[in-house]
Design a protein around this ligand. Structure first.
Ligand code: IPM
Ligand code: MG
Length: 347
C-alpha cells in the first residue's frame, strides 16, 4: 500500500500532515508513505515544480495524496516553471483524466452558505470534470500580428475518445447516485462543445436508466445559484469544470471541507482538497485540514477498495463537526493541529 504524499505549497504541508496522522492511525497493513516535492517548494529545491524524482515516486505508488500548489513569489517565472505545472503535469503524465468533485451541505453547517439556507441545503451533487484535454492542454502562444499588436492564443479541442471516456465516468457515477446526468457545454458557440454534446448523446444509449440533460455553461452557472438541488451529476470539460466546481464549493459555503479525486483508468488516483494553497494563512496553524482528511478517505475508497475505513474517516470528521470543533473557515476557532487531534481521537 504505497502512497505518495506531495504536500506542496502554502497550507499544503500543514493540512497534509494531519491527513497522514489519520491514515497512520488506521494501522493499515502494508501502508507505506513516500514524500515528494511539488510546486513552488520543489522549484526552490530542485529548479522545477515537478522534478523527475517526484514523478518517479508517483509512478512507484498506487495513489497520491496531494496538498496544494501555488506561490505568488513564483508569478514572475516562465509558465513551465510555475507551481501549477506540478498538478497539471501529474494529471497529464499519469493519465488522470477524471476529476470527481462532490459538493454537499454538511448537516448543521447550512448557515455558512452565501445562498439562502433552504436553497443550499438541497445541494448534493457531483461534478465530473475532464482533466486531460480542452484549452488547458492545447497549443498556446503569444504572437505579434502584422500591425504590431501582441496576441495571446490558446487552442481548445476535444477528440471524441476523450469525450467518450469522461462521459462513461459521468454515466457510471449517475448510476450509483440519483441517475441524473447533466452535460454542460457551450454548443451554441463552440465546435468543441458541439462534438462533446454529440458524443455524450451517443454514449447515453448505453445507459438507458440515466436521465440525460444538456445545459449551456452560462445557464449552468446561473442554475447553480438559483436551484442547485436540481443537479445530481454534472459532466463537463476541463475549463468549465474548473469554474463550476469552485462555484459549487462556495454554494455549500465550506470550501475547507471539499475533497476531490482525479482518477486514471483502473484504480490509480490523485486525491486533493480543492481549496488550494491559501498563502494568506500559510504556516500559521489556522488552516482546516478536513478537506485533506476527507481526500484521504476518498483515496482509501477509490484506489484500495477500503470502503469501511473510508467511511470511518468520514464519520470521524462528521462527529468532530457535530461536536462543534470547527476551523476559521466554518466560523469556528479550532486550529489545524486541534482539528487533526479531534478527528484522530474520534477514529
Ligand atoms: C484546480 C486548480 C487548477 C486548475 C490550477 C491550480 C492549475 O484551479 O484544480 O481546480 O485550474 O485545474
Ligand atoms: Mg480550480
Amino acid at each position: 500500500m504505497r502512497i505518495a504524499v506531495f504536500a506542496g505549497d502554502g497550507i499544503g504541508p500543514e493540512v497534509t500532515e494531519q491527513a497522514v496522522r489519520v491514515l497512520e492511525k488506521l494501522e493499515l497493513p502494508g501502508l507505506e508513505l513516500v514524500e515528494g516535492d511539488v510546486g513552488g517548494a520543489a522549484y526552490y529545491k530542485h529548479g522545477h515544480p515537478l522534478p523527475a524524482e517526484t514523478l518517479e515516486i508517483a509512478r512507484s505508488a498506487k495513489a497520491i495524496l496531494f496538498g496544494a500548489v501555488g506561490d505568488f513569489s513564483c508569478d514572475h517565472l516562465e509558465r513551465h516553471l510555475r507551481p501549477e505545472q506540478a498538478i497539471l503535469g501529474l494529471r497529464k503524465e499519469l493519465g488522470l483524466f477524471a476529476n470527481l468533485r462532490p459538493a454537499q451541505v454538511f448537516a448543521g453547517l447550512e448557515d455558512l452558505t452565501t445562498l439562502r439556507p433552504e436553497v443550499a441545503s438541497k445541494i448534493d451533487l457531483l461534478i465530473v470534470r475532464e482533466l486531460n484535454g480542452d484549452v488547458y492542454f492545447g497549443e498556446k502562444g503569444l504572437r505579434t500580428l502584422e500591425d504590431g499588436r501582441r496576441q495571446g492564443w490558446d487552442m481548445m479541442s476535444y477528440a471524441e475518445d476523450e469525450v467518450r471516456r469522461i462521459a462513461h465516468v459521468g454515466f457510471k457515477a449517475a448510476m450509483g447516485r440519483g441517475k441524473k446526468l447533466c452535460s454542460v457545454d457551450k454548443a451554441n458557440v463552440l465546435e468543441t462543445s458541439q462534438l462533446w454534446r454529440d458524443v455524450v448523446i451517443e454514449v447515453a444509449k448505453e445507459y438507458p436508466e440515466v436521465e440525460l440533460t444538456h445545459m449551456y455553461v452560462d445557464n449552468a452557472a446561473m442554475q447553480l445559484v438559483k436551484n442547485p438541488g436540481q443537479f445530481d451529476v454534472i459532466v463537463t470539460g476541463n475549463l468549465f469544470g474548473d469554474i463550476l466546481s469552485d462555484q459549487a464549493s462556495m454554494c455549500v459555503g465550506s470550501i475547507g471541507l471539499l475533497a476531490s479525486a482525479s482518477l486514471a483508468e483502473g484504480t490509480y488516483g490523485l486525491y486533493e482538497p480543492i481549496h488550494g494553497s491559501a498563502p494568506d494563512i500559510a504556516g500559521k496553524g489556522l488552516a482546516n485540514p478536513m478537506a485533506t482528511i476527507l481526500s484521504a478517505a476518498m483515496l482509501l475508497r477509490h484506489s484500495f477498495g477500503l470502503e469501511a475505513e473510508a467511511a470511518r474517516i468520514e464519520a470521524a470528521v462528521a462527529r468532530t463537526l457535530a461536536d462543534g470543533i470547527k476551523g476559521g473557515d466554518l466560523g469556528g476557532t479550532a486550529g489545524t493541529r486541534e482539528i487533526g487531534d479531534a478527528v484522530v481521537e474520534r477514529l
